[in-house]
Design a protein around this ligand. Sequence first.
Ligand code: AMP
Length: 287
Amino acid sequence: MQLLKTIKEVRDAVAAARRQGKIIGLVPTMGALHAGHGSLIQKARADCSFVVVSIFVNPTQFGPTEDFNKYPRTLDTDTRLCESLGVDCIFAPLAEEMYPQRNLTWVDVEQMTKGLCGASRPGHFQGVATVCAKLFHIVQPDRVYFGQKDAQQAAVICRMVTDLNFPMEIIVCPTVRERDGLAMSSRNRYLSSEQRKQAVCLYQALCGCRKMVEQGIISTSQLIAQINQVITTAGVQVEYISIVDAQTLQPMTSLTADALVALACRVGTTRLIDNMLIFLNPPRFQI
Ligand code: AMP
């Protein structure tokens, strides 16, 4: 496995793989890798003959009061995990490599980035879409792997790839959870043991929502009220709970199309997100 820090090195490595007729898979990450990232890497490994994992804590997607400086950076253990999963190449650039001068060019995916996490994180999805566009141009993968855990991010990137004709396929993989249902996240390590117990209420609230839908409730305000009650009863602060069209991310008043139930909460100062997809035909949940 190669650990590469410069754009030229990764371009050369991918070009060599391409000359051998290999299919290139990319898994973009910010590192602090866990089994959720591992599932994306395994899927890429199964589908592709050359797998690149990018590890880059992208400064342009963090707000001024967010956790950019304290975001966990664990390149040594990340490297070992990637090696054990058969990754061909890690691309771990410094910020100066990705942004050698002040960036003047940005990718803005409109409408879909205004609600959900976009409402409390202005500029976040502009940073995400721009760094993904840069990574896609640098690596030029055939397939790129994202997690359902970050549902809005996955939907925004799918739209960017369609709108801007990036010649690649986006694959969205299911959320990997801890045994009690908490979605794996690099930020879970910020939680105290008491907070870690509280945090399971996000998953429990989504499971309660699934039960109500199974019982025939289609009013999204009713479903949201129930989710809110489960979470606040656990002593966790709700940032938002939204039920939106799974493709367009626009709010729905009742479940008349495939829907995304998405939420963000604060457990102490740690911001956690989770979500569930509801498919109508045939009826199915992805949580
Ligand atoms: P991050 O390093 O948090 O930017 O995440 C990198 C990629 O891993 C994103 O596509 C995430 O959606 C995905 N990911 C993070 N956590 C999980 C999880 N628990 N299950 C599946 N994918 C995940």
